[in-house]
Design a protein around this ligand. Structure first.
Ligand SMILES: Cc1cc2nc3c(=O)[nH]c(=O)nc-3n(C[C@H](O)[C@H](O)[C@H](O)COP(=O)(O)O)c2cc1C
Length: 188
């Protein structure tokens, strides 16, 4: 059993990220080997980085950081659901990443990106070196959704096409493989 945490990146009122994340969650929970949790960066509501020490020292002074640390430490794998703002990923996601260090390490991360023509791919490309610095393993298999709003119905439910599902299944399969391969590295 692997614990997978799906993390959304956008926080603005009226954001569409939760609709895409809800679809990813629906799909992931069908995998019996996965325990799935959705983490909304807006709900986690971290302030701008306010820890005095480098996170690799794990000398956290704030309760919000200790809570966030426990949540991320508990995960075996991640799926980042992200849009792209001005060809990069949203700042609240970077802030949430920077709060921690060891908690992210030796864990695979899959991507589901959405946007206009670029489908959020530029955001994902910018995330990869950042996550590699934290010793994460960014997966090649990913879901990129161009002009994603055409898949939202009147209730703002994301209705995927066959290709989206196929891509997501490929990403999840790869994530499970890496979660198993990396688990021994995290054992003390
Ligand atoms: C500040 C801002 C910048 C944006 N920049 C881009 C962009 O660079 N590329 C793109 O494809 N879409 C861009 N968009 C459009 C987003 O893809 C679209 O608004 C999407 O719904 C944003 O995700 P969210 O609803 O989860 O916030 C931008 C939107 C905002 C609000």
């Amino acid at each position: 059993m692997f614990k997978v945490k799906i993390i959304t990146s956008s926080t603005r009122p009226g954001r569409k990220g939760p609709a895409v994340a809800a679809w990813v969650q629906e799909l992931a929970v069908q995998h019996k080997e996965l325990e799935v949790e959705l983490l909304d960066v807006a709900a986690i509501n971290l302030p701008f980085m306010d820890e005095p020490n480098h996170p690799r020292l794990k000398q956290y002074i704030h309760d919000h950081t200790k809570k966030w640390s426990k949540i991320i430490d508990d995960a075996d794998a991640f799926i980042f659901v992200t849009t792209e703002y001005n060809h990069g990923y949203p700042a609240p996601l970077k802030n949430a990443i920077d709060f921690l260090f060891h908690e992210w390490a030796h864990k695979p991360v899959g991507f589901v990106s959405y946007g206009g023509l670029g489908a959020g791919t530029r955001a994902v490309q910018q995330l990869k070196p950042v996550l590699a610095a934290l010793k994460m393993v960014p997966l090649v298999e990913a879901v990129h959704i161009p002009f994603f709003s055409k898949y939202l119905n009147d209730e703002e439910k994301f209705l995927p096409e066959e290709g989206n599902i196929k891509a997501a299944e490929g990403m999840i399969a790869e994530m499970v493989k890496w979660a198993g391969a990396l688990q021994p590295l995290r054992k003390k």
